[in-house]
Design a binder for this molecule. Structure first.
Ligand SMILES: *Cc1c(COP(=O)(O)O)cnc(C)c1O
Length: 400
């Protein structure tokens, strides 16, 4: 037994005072590209010089045939659902351990989220619980690659095929991730991404839809381009759609950000794996499992848990406060969406029913167990991982 070190919250020396890498990371590459757009005078998404380039690069990077750029990751899900044929009143199965946009994107047009619990050891949608939630109204499953870890696409695709459901991948956190050697996003029917400031590549705001199906791509494009027809006449509007275009300025930033994606993804993978090895032996900590099908984890978040016994006895927010004082900016993460009052009220508005989907694993993960570290913390060197693990050990030992 080592003697307990005095915690920084109690006036001890913090494990670390050095800051972690800042986000975003950019240089003259982005500056030049943005300047080029400014000087061209073609700033709008209708000019389309840099947008086709980023769409093509992004699709290629994810092994997808078609990409449609769009204003943000939230409406990307709405448009993907609509392009897949989901209508008001249809039910959409999704995990509750996710950002609220996964649910609000469906509720935006009266599609009803049905929450199915996550696996305790991965925090990803549990395929073994999906079938029990399917009703005659179910139209789609949204798999969320939370933290950048692909959900079990093999199992979810099989369930979707068996029940004639559409599979949408909310890949907002999974830029560059791979399931069984293939990019995420187009392994289901459609997949959506976010380029909001915190995400693994960033244009301030922005989003992308990927698919391998030309009809879905054309419909998504039309819905995001005021119902126009690709290659049609300017005032040929064949659907009710909206103007959801990204700008050329955003495309310029993304082209710059994409030049670093491979190196940054490799750094996150390397440091994420190392951190798992360092946290695993700490008594009271449970690292998440990684399915061998995850051939590349995007590590938008590094998530880990207090183990069941410790979580029952200590308040995770107290652990977080102590880690923050040690110089490790950990965060508590989500409130389980199945318990969000706004989601419940909006669901009632559309269905007239008080619906509650019990998801005890997600609820407990949110309330008691899960801690987050953000992706930028994985972009430094190995010594940063030793600092994180050292601080976790120090704080956890203070409870023994
Ligand atoms: C960020 C995020 C979104 C929404 O993307 P925005 O670009 O912020 O609208 C959707 N789903 C998940 C899981 C996210 O993390």
């Amino acid at each position: 037994m080592t003697t307990k070190e005095k915690l920084a919250v109690n006036g001890g020396t913090p494990v670390r005072t050095k800051p972690f890498p800042e986000w975003p990371i950019f240089n003259e590459v982005e500056e030049q590209l943005v300047l080029e757009v400014v000087r061209s005078g073609k700033w709008g998404g209708t000019g389309r010089v840099m947008l086709p380039e980023i769409e093509s690069k992004f699709a290629t990077a994810h092994d997808a045939k078609y990409a449609v750029s769009i204003v943000n990751g939230t409406v990307a899900i709405t448009i993907a659902l609509q392009a897949a044929g989901v209508k008001p009143g249809d039910e959409v199965i999704m995990p509750p351990y996710t950002f609220i946009a996964t649910a609000s994107s469906a509720l935006m047009f009266g599609a009803i989220p049905v929450f199915v619990d996550v696996e305790a050891d991965t925090l990803l949608l549990d395929p073994s619980k999906v079938e029990a939630a399917i009703t005659p109204k179910t139209k789609a499953i949204v798999a969320v690659h939370i933290g950048g870890a692909p959900a079990n696409l093999t199992a979810l695709k099989a369930i979707a095929a068996k029940h004639s459901l559409r599979l949408i991948e909310d890949s907002a956190q999974a830029v560059g991730a791979q399931w069984q050697g293939m990019g995420v996003g187009a392994q289901g029917d459609l997949g959506t991404f976010s380029f909001q400031s915190s995400k693994n590549i960033n244009s301030g705001e922005g989003g992308m839809i990927l698919t391998n199906d030309e009809a879905f791509a054309d419909m998504a494009w039309s819905l995001a381009n005021v119902g126009r027809v690709r290659n049609g006449a300017w005032y040929q509007h064949e659907h009710i759609g909206w103007n959801l275009r990204m700008t050329e300025l955003q495309a310029a930033l993304l082209i710059g950000q994409m030049t670093r994606l491979e190196a940054q993804s490799a750094a996150r993978e390397r440091n994420g794996k190392l951190l798992t090895e360092l946290l695993k032996p700490i008594d009271g900590i449970q690292v998440l499992s990684r399915d061998p099908g995850i051939t590349r984890h995007a590590y938008h978040l590094y998530m880990f848990k207090l183990d069941a016994a410790l979580a029952d006895r200590v308040d995770k927010n107290d652990v977080i406060a102590k880690l923050v004082a040690e110089g490790i900016p950990a965060a508590p993460g989500y409130v389980s969406l199945n318990k969000n009052a706004a989601v419940i009220a909006e669901t009632k508005k559309w269905t007239g029913e008080d619906r509650f989907n019990s998801c005890p694993i997600s609820e407990r993960a949110c309330d008691k167990e899960v801690l987050w570290l953000h992706q930028n913390m994985l972009l430094g060197d190995e010594s940063d991982m030793y600092d994180i693990a050292g601080a976790v050990r120090k704080v956890i030992q203070s409870y023994t």
